[in-house]
Each structure stands twice: as C-alpha cells, then as structure tokens.
Design a protein around this ligand. Structure first.
Ligand code: SAH
Length: 205
C-alpha cells in the first residue's frame, strides 16, 4: 500500500478542502506516518476520515480533529505544549513538529507504554508520562497550550494555573459523547471562550 500517497490525499481532501490552512499543521500532517500509530490490522484504514479503535476502549482521533485542534493552538515552534490523553501517541507526534517541547499524559499504562515505544522508534521527541491529566504536569509548566483529547464538563482547575499568558486550553466540553469543542484563551487576566462544533470524544476519567 502506498501510505505516502494516501497521506497526501488525506491532507488535500480532508484538511485543505475544509478549513485547515496553517501551513505548518498541513506539513506535519503530511509527514507523520499515521498508519504506524494504529493497530497493524487497521493500517489500511489509517488515512480514512474517521477515528479508529486502538484498544482499551480508546480511539485515535479523526485526522481532521487532530489538525483542527493543533491549528487552534497557534504554534510557531518555540512553545511547550501539554497533550492530555496520549492514546496512540499520534497527536503528540504531530504536535512535536509544531512546538519545541511536548509532554503527553496518559492514564492507561499499556497505552502510555506502546505510545512511548512508537514515538521513540520513529524519533519524535515526546515525553509520555503515565499520569492523571486532570492534574496537569507542573514540572514542565508553563504551557502555551493544554490540549485534551478526552472530554470534561469543564476544564480541570489545575490547567489554567499551568499556562503561559497568552495561553490556550482546547477541550471537548460536555457530557460523555455529546460535547462541543471549545478554546479558552487566557491573556493577562482576561478570559475568552470560543465554541466550535459538536464532537464525540471519550471522557476524561
Ligand atoms: N490523542 C490520542 C487520542 C486518544 S483518545 C491519539 O492521537 O491517539 C483519549 C485518551 O485519553 C485515551 O487514551 C484515554 O485513556 C486518555 N485519558 C482519559 N482520561 C484521562 C486522564 N484523566 N488522564 C490522562 N489520560 C486520560
């Protein structure tokens, strides 16, 4: 299978044809081999327009959602980012091409281990930590963005205290499988909330 061709087709048809226009995000999505982050028997579906199961009741997000949420972080390459819910490690790999430093937190030990192995093997400099993402991760704070791939009714309180100013929290906000994607911008004491579209993410447990 020509995965590179499928990947470029994914970028053109699922990302550029919609509203992904951050050139660095498009380039990262065209680079990271998504088929190596899904279970081997699903590698043929890796570049389709959908989320896929990765075991333990979890999923790797749809490519468009990965690109859209990365674009919302407005990264230039010098930032530190906290990725909540490592899962397969795919979004963390994409983020590592967009920021200077990426810390990724995963609560399921087996997923954290597999993701770290994949990321090391492919040479993506992501630090995966087995830890409850709700607490954030103080040792590497502050973060330009805290990006969650798991949903919660509101952002856990610890997160805003670990942001730079300005800083972003990207969160699927709401109840299990019925959420809206939101971005909070904290900027020198002011707080703005932008709401995008309905999404269906696994819950932050
Ligand atoms: N970004 C991932 C998508 C993972 S799905 C990827 O690219 O593949 C969301 C992940 O969040 C799951 O792996 C789930 O185990 C994890 N998760 C759920 N609650 C969590 C918590 N409290 N802390 C850390 N990770 C959590």
């Amino acid at each position: 299978m020509d995965f590179k061709a499928l990947r470029h087709q994914m970028v053109a048809q699922q990302l550029q044809a919609r509203d992904i226009n951050d050139q660095r995000v498009l380039k990262a999505m065209a680079t990271v081999p998504r088929h190596l982050f899904v279970p081997a028997h699903l590698s043929g579906e890796a570049y389709t327009d959908q989320a896929l199961p990765i075991g333990h009741g979890q999923t790797i997000s749809q490519p468009y959602m990965v690109a859209f949420t990365c674009q919302l972080c407005r990264l230039h390459g010098h930032e530190t980012v906290l990725d909540i819910g490592t899962g397969s490690g795919y979004q963390a790999a994409v983020l590592s091409l967009l920021a200077k430093k990426v810390i990724s937190l995963e609560i399921i030990p087996a997923l954290a281990e597999t993701a770290q192995t994949t990321l090391v093997r492919l040479g993506y400099p992501v630090q995966v930590i087995r830890k409850d993402g709700k607490l954030g991760y103080l040792p590497a704070a502050p973060y330009r963005a805290i990006l969650s791939a798991a949903a919660a009714a509101t952002p856990p309180p610890a997160w805003s205290s670990q942001l730079t100013s300005p800083g972003f929290i990207i969160l699927p906000e709401g109840l299990t499988y019925h959420q809206v994607l939101v971005r909070y911008t904290f900027d020198h004491g002011s707080l703005a909330k932008e709401t995008y579209f309905p999404v269906a993410y696994v819950p932050l447990v």
